[in-house]
Design a protein around this ligand. Sequence first.
Ligand code: M6R
Length: 620
Amino acid sequence: MCGIVAAITNGLDARASVLHGLKTLEYRGYDSAGMAVHTGDSKLAVRRKMGKIANLEAELASNALPESDQVIAHTRWATHGAPADRNAHPHTDDGGEIVVVHNGIIENYLDLRAELVADGHVFLSDTDTEVLANLIARHMRNGNGGIDLHTAVRTALTEVHGAYALVAMCATEPGTLVVARQDSPLIVGVGDAAHYAASDMPALLHLTRDFVALENGESAISHADKMQLCSASGDWIERETTLCDWTPEQAEKGGYPHFMLKEIEEQPDVLARTAFDRFHDTEGDVVFEDTFTLTDADLRALRRIRFMAMGTSSHSAMIGRWLLAEFAELPGETLNASEFLYSPILPENDTLTVIVSQSGETADSLRAMRELQKRGGRILGICNVQGSTLAREADDLILTHCGPEVGVASTKAFFGQVTALYLLAIRVGRARGVLSTERGLELLHDLRALRPKLDSLFAPEAMAAVRQAAAFLATVPSCLFLGRGLQHPIALEGALKLKEISYIHAEGYPAGEMKHGPIALIDEHFPVVVLATPDRTYEKMISNIEEVRARSGKVIAVGVAGDQQVQNAADYFLPVPEVPPYLAPLVNVIPLQQLSYEVALALGRDIDQPRNLAKSVTVE
Ligand code: M6R
């Protein structure tokens, strides 16, 4: 949802490194991109272009910006104002004195704009950000020369309702960048005689691995050699930097044609990184880091567990609910985080809420977390991004160790989340005394044994089967994904993956629902993807396959390699290795990710940056 990068250095030209960082953030939005520099002679220069960053690069090649040690840049996911050059960031005030990049939504921008127009300000875009630039400029001018950029930004922000992460620069205040945030992510990177700012750490990994995350309401003044952090109440504060353990290579494609393919293939390593170091191999238990402060007594006192998330993360949350019931006998529910605020308010006594989020910046999930904390609820975050808002604000935290996920379609993050949820179920089950040491040891053994089994999913035969099914699926306008029990969330995830990157309409259903409506859609042009691996739903899934075939529907089935019954019944068969049923989600999701990837490839879609989407949805 818009990406911001900025740099201020001690005389070194920062244009190339900011552009490099911006490309790393393109997954956050790709409706337009722009860059602004301070020219050193009390002037600002701006270039902006509709469309992807490649268009901005072409513009910069023909109409270069001057070298500068003070650069800000932006890649946009349109909210206010259609994708167009004039709506692209950075935005300046009408005097060309202030320039701003912004991620978020200024909810009262129309009122503010009307006031500014009445004051004689002229607007050239439809955006809320141009309002911010003019508001800051108005405060600077009203200051009779006595107000600096930071004071003007802070004063302007007192008039604003909504969410923002912003970087501002002023023509008459060289050597200074001002950053501020409220409900949209922003981190400051600390370099050697340089400071940086970005929406997300991967954008700065080529420059630094030392970061300071801004909390809500905070702002900062960045010079090349120092950064002054200011609290929401206006006090100067000190904060240690945090070292990020991601490497710059993890945020690169590494020879793969798409991030999505690279990230699908990284999943066996994600299993090892997220799980194995946390095993307690003599106790049949799991040991989390000290960000997990829930004691055995806390876990025993729980009566209910609630999972909340959005999108793909809500599918892993559904699996989490099932695992906690199965292995820890803890009943619970899964709620869509955006719906939570509109649900009846129940007492929070003895309830733990688990918020699952790859980015830790999803606005709906954060809003639900804060609302619950206000009601006295306790939050456990499961998150991939160290230092993100969820990671910082949740009461307890389990980090997944997936490395940066860049493809907009989430793959390895889902895998890491489900892995972390297995660990959580084991930990809670052991703490509550419902999981014996022996059973705990078996579960750890099964997880460890899973890793080599995953290799067969990437073997040439398996990939050939996926490509065959994909060649067929790429010809249909619509399809259904069916699964029962633990496979229902995988059916939902398969359908989400397919629709978001191929634009083929797909719905996931609990297989038992098929006869209650969706069956009416089935004919020779309407295929069904079925999850039919061995568990207590197997016989019923075979019946579903027959029902589809009886109506001339084509079946793509995920089944265990060598399962003749499923293979013979299906038109396309995607073989998976046999694993204990409770681990099947981690296996079965992979051919569905590969299937959607291959369908999107066959259709020539923009796989890593599908239309209309953004990686982190930081607005509600
Ligand atoms: O960062 P989060 O896990 O909180 O993001 C939630 C969803 O926005 C995300 O999973 C989205 O659905 C993905 N595009 C799915 O591939």
